[in-house]
Design a binder for this molecule. Sequence first.
Ligand SMILES: [Zn+2]
Length: 389
Amino acid sequence: MKKLLVLCIFCLQVFAVSSIEEREWAKNEFFLTFLENNNLPLSLYWNLDPQDRELASEIKEGERFQILWDNNTNTIEQVLIPINGSDLQLHIYKNLQGEYTLTYSPISYETQTRILRLNVQNSAYQDVEQATGSTPLARAMRNAFGGSVDFKAMQKGDEVILVYERKERMGERFGDILIKMASVEVNKKARKVYFYKDSFYDSKGKEMESFLLTSPVNATRISSYFTRARYHPILKRYRAHLGVDYAAPTGTPVRSAGAGVVSFVGTKGGYGKTVQVQHGSGYSTLYAHLSRFAAIKKGQKVSQGQTIAYVGSTGMSTGPHLHFGLYLNNQAINPLSVVKITKSELKGKDKQDFQNVILEYEKELQSFIDSNGTNPPKEPPRFERYVEF
Ligand SMILES: [Zn+2]
């Protein structure tokens, strides 16, 4: 109901003297600077608690957002900015007293499942890219198999099937594409993977990914866990935390959670001094609020466990801690689901659940095949810019 109200208010004002401007979030734009540049009060930011400030740092480069302008006074009425991967949007509006207010509200969106089925002409990657207009989808396919399939060994005519999810909001796609099931033939022999609880598994419930993380700091207390959009019953508002916070004294060494290549060293908005590392197979990690960096630079290879920086409290932070983020194909996922020592195999209730999930995918796929379903339309090009962290 609340969502509907907000939408109605938005609509009514459109008919009055307002106009909607669509923009893209600029590279390395800091939310505080955004407020400043648009004559919005900086207190909107300073009044947020640290977790909500961190969330404002998660706005993705290239993210499309809307500003509702009052054309009479040339001032901003409302701003709506989706927060990548959180199912929340940052909403700035004027309250009844006419003061600007900031809240996070759930994004009302529609999830669509799409199925793509094709026979290889050039290469699986190129063909998927060409058929859907989506490079991220082609990358996600390759990453889903975690190196277990030699895509080069695929022959002309081998079949590729992808069952994937996309989100649509206000009639346009937003956020990232998520593969639910992928099947590729190598010399007519099908290999399948299924997405379940943030990881890909084969049909027997064995995890595909051989990429494993170690904890980025020595045993310390976790002060805040990963959460996607969740209504906080006491604070009476929506919150999300797209990483794990480790409380640790300033100067504690921060280690790369996996082997990889440093993709960012510098200051990143509310995250303060930040390091990002790309690990291959679409995974990257983020280390924020650092006090200083070790002797590393962008493009440098780092090994698992190598010290890359030191814990601090830079950016928007109340005390020394490490904010540790993990992304799969640019989508924040729970780091603790991957920080472990061995590849996992589903057991017990999880395995039961997983088998039901597989059945659902297979059923969906079969009805697509039986009904001679057609492939989805191409994605509009402007949505398919791949943003490297
Ligand atoms: Zn955090």
